[in-house]
Each structure stands twice: as structure tokens, then as C-alpha cells.
Design a protein around this ligand. Structure first.
Ligand SMILES: [Zn+2]
Length: 163
């Protein structure tokens, strides 16, 4: 098999097909640089692994399995709750009354000694009009999808081929 551009021999078992000026040709490594190599990008294997890890990990929270697994309590919930309460000029007693909890519970949450469960978190969100839960999935996936398309992947394939 010969390169359709320069005539150099091309390995039979692993010919390089590149799209050059609109047509696909069998070419040698050198000439493949002139066009785009015709090869599907590799399947994103690690996306699935990531999902698996997500399910098995983060047992820190006490949320039961039925409680929206895509949401997680933000890290600085204690600070956020206290600031929101103070900005309303509420005492811990006031907040406790509004969400039907004892003052000691509010105090423990605000000092980070206690993590509110999902029910209590939602009550706090409502009473203080703040967001305490954040969505934890999809972000990584989207980033991956964007970076796996287009020139970058083609460039990677060329690099691998050249070795
Ligand atoms: Zn060539």
C-alpha cells in the first residue's frame, strides 16, 4: 500500500486515512498532517466510572436514598444560616420559632456542631430565603463533553499515532 500523496509505503495492517481537501485518502504519517485523520474519537470510558464512584462515596451525609441524591448541603451552611438570620435581625429564638425547632438546635447548626437533615435544611432555606443545597452532578459531565469534541481530540489522536 502506498501513500496517495507522496508514494511512500504505508503499513498494510494500520493504514492512516486522512481527509485532505475534501476527500479521504490513504496516506503516510507525514502526509496525514496535511489533513484530518478519519477516526472516531475514543469512547469516554471514565465517565461511567465517575458515576459509580459518586454513588458509593460521600456517606458523610445522613440523607436517605430517596432524598434527592443530586443535592448536597453546602460546606459553609453554618455561616450562611447565621448571616441570613442576623441580616433579618432575628435572634436564634426567633428562627427557632419560625421553623419549629429548639434554640439549642439552631445554636448547634450555626456553630457547625450539627448538620441539619434534609427536612430541616429545607425549612431553613424557606425561612431565611437562602440556598443551602447545591447540585452536585452534571457539571463534570458537561465539561467532559465539551473538551472531548473537536480539534483537541483529533490532535491527541495524531500524537498517539506518531509514536
Ligand atoms: Zn505521504
Amino acid at each position: 500500500m502506498e501513500c496517495e500523496i507522496c508514494g511512500k509505503p504505508v503499513p498494510e495492517h494500520n493504514p492512516i486515512r486522512a481527509k485532505i481537501e475534501g476527500s479521504v485518502m490513504v496516506v503516510c504519517k507525514e502526509c496525514s498532517k496535511l489533513g484530518k485523520i478519519q477516526k472516531a474519537p475514543p469512547k469516554p470510558k471514565f465517565v461511567q466510572q465517575k458515576n459509580k464512584q459518586r454513588k458509593n462515596s460521600s456517606p458523610k451525609r445522613n440523607y436517605s436514598r430517596n432524598d434527592e441524591p443530586s443535592e448536597e448541603l453546602i460546606e459553609d451552611f453554618d455561616i450562611k444560616i447565621r448571616r441570613a438570620r442576623e441580616s433579618r435581625d432575628w435572634s436564634r429564638e426567633d428562627l427557632g420559632k419560625k421553623i419549629n425547632e429548639r434554640v439549642s438546635v439552631i445554636t448547634r447548626i450555626e456553630t457547625g456542631k450539627m448538620t441539619p437533615d434534609i427536612k430541616l435544611t429545607k425549612k431553613l432555606e424557606k425561612a431565611l430565603d437562602i440556598k443551602l443545597l447545591e447540585e452536585i452532578n452534571n457539571v463534570d459531565l458537561n465539561q467532559f463533553v465539551n473538551s472531548s469534541s473537536g480539534e483537541r481530540t483529533l490532535g491527541n489522536i495524531m500524537k498517539i499515532k506518531r509514536k
